[in-house]
Design a protein around this ligand. Structure first.
Ligand code: HMG
Ligand code: MG
Length: 298
């Protein structure tokens, strides 16, 4: 089975930039979000309303949202770990908020400073507030396949967290291979297990290319019925609390594969490749997208 259409959630402005050591100007972040929405993405993860002590890079979410030109047809998302983050996101005009838990205890502690159960209790009022405000709600599961501190994550843990996020009212649930160690057969099995409890149309795959497995994993996830994927322009990012988690899968590579297979995304690959080179230049490096580099060399 293969879908004819896939939704790409571009996470570069958030999951990509959050990991950068030196503070990136708000104006650059705004230009990045605007260029991405203009390239046709249905969803851009634009900001995080988290503690600036934990992730200083994302401290200007409100200014970023105030500065962008909103494109009708693009949903702008942001991470909101608690009610305080939710209120700030709402005031900034975010369309979709993301509560983000983990399927591994150790990662939950390092990333959001509480256990999985505590995090779900903390997310409850955020979920209720989102529903009351009519805002889309997404639930993200980090380390759904493996954890940098605990090793392989049991499939039942990922399924359990997915079920609980769904019960809270999440419209979409992200299954994230935060450290990118997963391989295709296991991705297929995890996605099959999760989609036994969550409608496959509401499940997304968030893959990292740390071990070069991301495209194969996306293909395996599509065969398990998944039609939503996260990716990051130029492969920006990683995760500050997951050592060795190099890039998120590069958007250019994902688009090249999907379009080559005749799968529609509505996104302009050439435009994304240009954005990838531009933002990489801003960060003083080369794009880590293979497709992006090949397109530039033509
Ligand atoms: P804490 O220290 O346990 O809680 O942090 P706290 O309530 O004591 O807050 C600490 C300080 O932050 C306090 O300030 C709060 O006021 C402030 P102080 O009193 O010390 O001056 N604070 C806030 N400030 C602004 N906005 C807020 C907010 N909340 C508290 N919303 C907390 C707990 C969850 C807040 C913290 O651990 C945190 O912000 N964590 C976020 C970590 C993060 O963003 N990680 C990266 C995203 S996850 C990821 O990348 C994985 C994913 O992409 C999937 C994948 O790639 O696989 C999703
Ligand atoms: Mg990521």
């Amino acid at each position: 089975y293969l879908p004819s259409k896939v939704k790409i959630v571009e996470v570069g402005p958030r999951d990509g930039l959050q990991n950068e050591k030196q503070f990136i100007d708000t104006a650059v972040k705004i230009e990045l979000v605007d260029r991405l929405s203009a390239a046709g993405f249905p969803n851009v993860e634009a900001a995080s309303f988290v503690s600036p002590k934990w992730v200083p890079q994302m401290a200007d979410g409100t200014e970023v949202m105030r500065g962008i030109r909103r494109r009708p047809g693009t949903v702008y998302s942001a991470l909101t770990p608690n009610l305080r983050g939710f209120e700030a996101a709402l005031a900034a005009g975010i369309d979709e908020v993301v509560i983000f838990g983990a399927a591994s205890e150790a990662f939950s502690q390092r990333n959001i400073n509480c256990s999985i159960d505590e995090s779900l209790v903390r997310f409850e009022p955020v979920a209720q507030a989102a529903k009351a405000a009519g805002i889309r709600l997404r639930g993200s599961i980090s380390c759904a396949l493996a954890c940098p501190y605990q090793g392989e994550t049991p499939i039942a843990s990922a399924v359990n967290v997915a079920q609980r996020l769904l019960a809270m009212g999440c419209d979409e649930i992200d299954v994230a291979d935060t450290i990118g160690t997963g391989t295709a057969r296991r991705v297929y099995d995890v996605m099959r297990a999760v989609t036994e409890v969550v409608d496959p149309a509401r499940v997304s795959g968030h893959f990292h290319d740390t071990y070069g497995q991301a495209l194969a994993n996306i293909l395996a996830a599509m065969q398990a019925g998944i039609t939503i994927f996260h990716s990051s322009v130029a492969g920006l990012g990683g995760c500050p609390y997951a050592k060795g988690a190099t890039g998120n899968v590069a958007t250019e590579d994902v688009l090249y594969m999907l379009h080559g297979m005749g799968i529609e995304t509505g996104v302009d690959l050439d435009a994304v490749a240009d954005i990838g080179h531009w933002i990489s230049g801003q960060l003083g490096r080369k794009s880590s997208s293979r497709a992006g580099s090949a397109l530039a060399a033509r």
